[in-house]
Design a protein around this ligand. Structure first.
Ligand SMILES: [Zn+2]
Ligand SMILES: [Zn+2]
Length: 389
């Protein structure tokens, strides 16, 4: 089959690789009908994630048709159309039982690698390095889905791929980020980053009852999407001091919650951002947490900082004193996608949201190397790319 493979920093190629097979009775093989490039795939493309190996198949946002099931998979049959969570979960361990699916204890055969760095390992992920399990991803013609009796959700008739594909990651990720804010009626939510996850965080904040969402970015087309589709007010961080502006817009109190949908590769012009870039370039720091610092500083006393943006290592100059002094609550982590699949599918069915609004580019899988470049450099007003084999 054809698959998008990682060969190093800035080097992805479409290669011929062996078809996946059932290895375990709880596996299924899915024929991919639509897949996407995610912002977190760019961390791989930029060489930020260790334990990648040449030839690894990328992709963790994908859906398709079941073509083969293992003996133990009773809930799926050949021909079913499914969307597959990017986190892999067994469904029966302590963490899965508590709905903490992205912390599954059983899905990562290389848990020891993450344990060395983090003490304990979270769940495995599709197409996201060997420390996250080394599972082949779904930017391919076929993919093996482990624990297929637990993860994939069947898609009812009448919904097209583009409406449901983002149930696999970015819609639940934005939704969980908003849910983590414990939004109360009248709340103002500030969102750093108007990429796809930021867009879904904005929409979800309103779905969960926010009165006002203020979104921060500098890319014109992302801001436009946040305004037109998300009904957010937007701020350009190149134009003004974000802290001062947010304070002014909230009557001197600050936003009730702040969502950092940027993560480890934040851009900024302030001194700390420039220092981050220099240190990351010299391997002295592992992340560039400029957006997070700003979110912590801007958040009102007693508010919540919610972090769907991905961080990997040791964060420098985090104003923890400010967080303590203001009594902030922090919520973060890999999305518990399994928890949100069905409720969010229902919201799509009811017409409360059509996630396809984020798609700006449609491509063939063969064009993935160009797609990564376009997406990374935000060329051609690109916000989200979907691909079909
Ligand atoms: Zn993703
Ligand atoms: Zn589990």
């Amino acid at each position: 089959m054809k698959a998008v493979c990682w060969f190093g920093k800035n080097d992805v190629r479409v290669e011929q690789v062996p078809d996946p097979k059932i290895l375990n009775p709880r596996d299924a093989v899915i024929k991919i009908t639509t897949t996407a490039i995610c912002g977190s795939d760019l961390h791989l493309h930029n060489g930020y994630v260790p334990t990648m190996q040449k030839g690894d198949i990328l992709g963790h946002e994908f859906m398709g048709e079941v073509v083969e099931v293992g003996d133990a998979v009773k809930n799926l049959k050949v021909g079913d159309r499914v969307a597959v969570p990017f986190t892999i979960a067994c469904g029966s361990c302590f963490f899965c039982q508590q709905q903490l699916w992205s912390l599954c204890d059983n899905s990562n055969p290389n848990a020891w690698m993450l344990e060395k760095v983090y003490g304990y390992s979270g769940s495995a992920l599709f197409g996201y390095s060997h420390m996250y399990g080394g599972y082949a991803g779904g930017q391919a013609e076929y993919v093996r889905v482990p624990f297929a009796d637990v993860g994939p959700v069947k898609i009812p008739e009448g919904l097209d791929d583009e409406q449901v594909l983002f149930l696999t990651d970015i819609f639940p990720t934005g939704y969980m980020a908003a849910e983590n804010c414990n939004i109360q009626p009248g709340d103002t939510v500030a969102v750093w980053g108007c990429g796809p996850v930021g867009q879904f965080a904005i929409k979800s904040a309103y779905l969960l009852g926010a009165e006002r969402v203020i979104a921060i970015d500098k890319v014109p087309e992302r801001k436009r999407m946040a305004e037109e589709h998300g009904k957010a007010e937007t701020l350009d961080f190149d134009d003004q001091d974000i802290f001062d502006k947010l304070k002014e817009m909230t009557g001197g109190r600050g936003p009730d919650s702040c969502i950092d949908a940027v993560g480890l590769e934040a851009h900024g012009k302030t001194i700390d951002a420039v220092v981050d870039r220099a240190k990351a370039a010299m391997f002295l720091a592992t992340d560039r947490p400029h957006a997070l610092r700003e979110a912590i500083n801007a958040c009102r006393k007693g508010g919540t900082v919610s972090i769907p943006g991905v961080y990997g290592g040791f964060l420098d100059k985090i104003p923890f004193g400010a967080a303590f002094a203001k009594g902030l609550t922090f919520k973060m982590g890999q999305t518990h996608v399994h928890r949100y699949l069905r409720p969010l599918l229902e919201r799509i069915q009811k017409g409360e949201i059509d996630p396809s609004f984020v798609i700006t580019h449609r491509m063939r899988l063969d064009d993935a190397p160009a797609g990564y470049e376009i997406f990374k450099h935000k060329q051609d007003n690109c916000i989200k790319i979907v691909m079909k084999p």
